[in-house]
Write a protein of this length. Structure first.
Length: 186
């Protein structure tokens, strides 16, 4: 009877969960194997070492939060406004996933403060996000300065919302986020 191997993607996903929970120091082969309910021997069938896993985790994150998101939004077609609506909805839905979730983004931002190679990846992802937003906002807003403002607000709200513990008066957080989206699309 053949032995079923834990898929490579599961190791990467679990590594991103560990990164989100405790930073790069928390990404340990033994801990990941335990979380997956397997022995660590299967790890070496896919990865040379821990550094190879960390690189693939970053590759996966970079693709998913940049090109993967763009491809998903673009696949739905429509004009720029409809694609922005779809992008905002997609981002709102992905706040706690292991790859596209906000906690992975925050963990990678923290890691980038200490690792120049990670900082370069983060800069590349942020630039790709901003370029895509510029392409969409510029189709509905002719003012270049306003486009830049809307792009920065959209990215900042996505990241900063995770850190904001304030109450929103009589409105719930979801309602405030809908109002922000509506304002950005005006």
């Amino acid at each position: 009877m053949a032995v079923t191997r834990t898929p490579r993607g599961k190791w990467i996903e679990e590594g991103l969960r560990a990164l989100s929970a405790g930073g790069p120091e928390a990404v340990r082969i033994e801990v990941l194997a335990q979380a997956l309910g397997v022995t660590k021997g299967g790890f070496y069938g896919y990865f040379r070492n821990r550094d190879a896993l960390l690189t693939e985790m970053l590759d996966t994150w970079e693709y998913e939060v940049a090109e993967g998101v763009v491809a998903q939004v673009e696949s739905g077609g429509g004009d720029a406004r409809r694609r922005l609506v779809r992008l905002f909805a997609l981002v709102a839905e992905s706040t706690d996933g292991p790859v596209r979730g906000t906690t992975a983004d925050i963990a990678i931002r923290d890691w980038a403060r200490r690792d120049p190679a990670v900082a370069e990846r983060l800069r590349r992802v942020d630039n790709r996000r901003m370029d895509y937003l510029r392409s969409l906002f510029s189709a509905i807003c002719p003012d270049e300065e306003e486009v830049e403002v809307r792009c920065l607000i959209a990215v900042s709200v996505r990241l900063g919302n995770h850190f904001n513990a304030a109450d929103n008066g009589t409105l719930g957080r979801a309602e405030v986020m809908r109002l922000i989206s509506r304002r950005l699309l005006a």
